[in-house]
Design a protein. Structure first.
Length: 255
């Protein structure tokens, strides 16, 4: 049997049986049960993320020690491209990721544990670019923020954080994120059939922040198994999240 499970939008199967997962590399998987297929698929994806991080670490050490020079190669990327199934550009990406992980202990630890997969690692490292000092101050918080989210929502959250970080560092190339916040507006009024209608207009940071909070609430509850998204639109799920977060209606939640 394949142990472990994922499904929280982040890597949640750090406790899976890696030996059993390696056995799934056998191309004959037709005889597996539905549960084994499901657990194996999620487990292998999580394991692949941990392997990617480990490969990047080794590539960076290989590069730093100039081990490629023993074979007469000019650089680590060329050596890897000649002796493995990665392209030169992919090899350089591995080296650079490994170098960056040295300076990001929380990201590195989360990747090693399977809390964040390859896509979130790359999103975190991209958010760090040009604002390294600010990222170091917020790194642990950012990892905790994106770990339970889907990849798409993690990227949105990191993009919002990066907007502020760049603005604070004086490195943004446009208007301040809240420059037009004074134009924000929200209407909420009763309509026909005892229903209420709403309409809002927000600046990019506020709008993204509201959307991110709603989506984070949804993702967390789907992951916990207390919210079934089957046959429901995103708009319906967001309406439930909004009611819960503001403490209104029969879906209201404390805090």
């Amino acid at each position: 049997m394949v142990g472990g499970s994922g499904g929280d939008g982040g890597s949640g199967s750090a406790g899976f049986d890696a030996v059993a997962l390696v056995a799934l590399l056998d191309p004959d998987v037709v005889g597996l049960s539905d549960g084994e297929v499901t657990a194996g698929l999620v487990g292998l994806i999580d394991l692949a993320g941990r392997v990617d991080a480990a490969t990047a670490r080794l590539a960076a050490v290989f590069d730093a020690r100039l081990l490629h020079a023993f074979d007469g190669a000019r650089n680590a990327a060329g050596w890897l491209a000649a002796r493995s199934e990665v392209s030169r550009s992919r090899a350089w990406a591995l080296v650079h990721t490994g170098r960056d992980l040295r300076h990001c202990p929380h990201v590195d630890a989360a990747a090693a544990a399977g809390r964040v997969g390859s896509a979130k690692v790359q999103a975190l490292l991209e958010a760090r670019r040009d604002v390294e000092a600010r990222f170091a101050d917020h790194e642990e918080m950012l990892v905790d923020l994106v770990a339970p989210l889907t990849v798409a929502h993690a990227r949105q959250a990191l993009a919002r954080w990066r907007l502020y970080a760049l603005a604070e560092a004086g490195k943004d190339d446009g208007a301040e994120p809240h420059a037009d916040a004074g134009r924000n507006g929200f209407t909420f009024a009763p309509t026909l059939g005892d229903r209420w209608a709403s309409q809002g207009d927000f600046d990019t940071v506020t709008g993204s922040g509201i959307a991110g909070a709603l989506d984070a609430w949804i993702d967390a509850r789907i992951a916990a198994g207390v919210l079934d998204p089957t046959a429901r639109s995103r708009a319906s799920l967001r309406a439930e999240a909004l009611a819960a977060l503001v403490g209104a209606g029969d879906r209201a939640e404390p805090g």
